[in-house]
Design a protein around this ligand. Structure first.
Ligand SMILES: [Zn+2]
Length: 401
């Protein structure tokens, strides 16, 4: 595989990122005589142990093959969406073996209190580093922040992923930003990601990624609020007088954006608070908030085959809604569960969520991924593990239906 050196890279970092060693890189690149002298734009060869295609032999099992290559069964399944049952492989079958390492590095850096400004800075760097990346704003938040959506790919089949609709789940924005970067890097380098050929994926599927559906709420949780903010009084009341906003899920007007969609909205509204609150208030009516309106209009103006709502926490994947979900959702969630280790759960007692509305009105697959485990906001120390679990879901979601 070829890799183009970027500013700030060291051979040691590159080696780590691709699960190899500096010595192995030097052996593959005799033109590098001094390992500390590499320069941006220089193209080097990354020796790859993984990325192989393996032909199944008599007596093979997936776990034996995984052991041999030093990868997990989950990683092999993620790279081979055609294998729906890990016990059903046959002699002569060709299996893609992914590299053991998930590349993380470059622009998006996991950091505590990752908010709107950090995301905007990363969007700027990503679009200048990867000119083929398209990003658009589909509307504005209550306080006028842009609601950014990345367009990954050019295929006819469209899917839509969103994160951070709940303010204290801002780490999900970071998960999706990392995904955008890894996708873009793999596309640019004509490389695979967990065994997926990203150039093929680019041509077949358009993945729309909205990292942060609730930027005002995320800013409140990560930065706090000043008395000059027009919603200062409302927010303090809705947070029961406390200036600790770590439990805040709503937007800046105290409306829970994931209770804003017309799927049994009246039931949801009747079961929760009837005024602005740090969580669960469904608002005065469905689509009363600009963030929810923007997601609704965006969904009406596209033809999404499948949607993923990325939340924290619980390590579960919800896949049904009041029986409106198509039968294929059951099959899809089984694979998502296998590649992530998360538990599939058909129903949760809740209405008026984005995914609920999508399933109800389109009768297509929609999944809520509750990433990680702990108390929101989850600590940044969980990020790598969460990303390792969620990345195969994000890739598989693009080809599942
Ligand atoms: Zn949530």
């Amino acid at each position: 595989m070829q890799y183009t050196i970027k500013r700030g890279d060291t051979l040691y970092q590159i080696a780590q990122r691709y699960g190899t060693t500096v010595n192995a890189i030097l052996a593959a690149n005799p033109q590098i005589t001094n390992p500390s002298m590499i320069y941006p734009g220089q193209v080097i060869t990354i020796p790859q142990e993984g990325g192989a295609v393996y032909t199944v032999q008599p007596g093979d099992t997936l776990s034996a093959i995984a052991q041999r290559y030093g990868v997990t069964v989950d990683a092999i399944l993620a790279a081979n969406p055609g294998i729906t049952d890990p016990d059903l492989i046959y002699v002569g079958q060709q299996i893609r073996i992914p590299t053991g390492e998930v590349p993380t590095g470059g622009i998006v850096t996991p950091q505590p209190q990752y908010g709107y400004d950090e995301m905007v800075a990363d969007i700027g760097q990503l679009t200048s580093t990867y000119p083929f990346l398209e990003v658009q704003s589909i509307g504005e938040s209550v306080l006028g922040r842009e609601l950014y959506v990345f367009k990954l790919g050019n295929g006819d089949r469209e899917v839509f992923y969103h994160g951070a609709i709940h303010a204290n789940e801002w780490i999900t924005a970071l998960l999706l930003m990392e995904f955008v970067e890894d996708y873009a890097e793999a596309y640019q380098e004509d490389n695979t990601l967990l065994g997926y050929d990203i150039r093929d994926l680019y041509n077949q599927v358009t993945i729309w990624v909205m990292p942060m559906a609730n930027p005002d709420g995320v800013e409140l949780v990560t930065e706090g609020i000043s008395p000059e903010n027009p919603y200062y009084e409302l927010v303090l009341d809705a947070n029961l007088g406390s200036t600790d906003f770590s439990r805040w899920k709503a937007n800046i007007r105290g409306v829970d954006l994931n209770n804003q969609f017309p799927a049994f909205w009246e039931l949801e509204a009747a079961s929760g608070p009837d005024e602005p609150y740090y969580r669960d208030y469904a608002g005065p009516y469905a689509f009363s908030e600009p963030e929810a309106q923007a997601m609704g209009n965006f969904t009406y103006s596209h033809d999404f085959r499948l949607v993923l709502a990325i939340h924290t926490q619980g390590e579960v994947i919800y896949w049904g809604y009041r029986g409106y979900e198509p039968e294929i959702s059951r099959t899809i969630v089984e694979t998502m569960a296998e590649v992530s280790g998360y538990l599939p759960v058909q129903y949760v007692k809740s209405d008026a969520g984005y995914r609920d509305w999508f399933i109800q009105d389109w009768r297509r697959p929609g999944f809520t991924v509750e990433a990680g485990r702990g108390t929101n906001p989850l600590p940044i120390s969980q990020f790598s593990e969460m990303y390792r679990e969620v990345l195969p879901i994000l890739l598989y979601g693009a080809v599942a239906y």
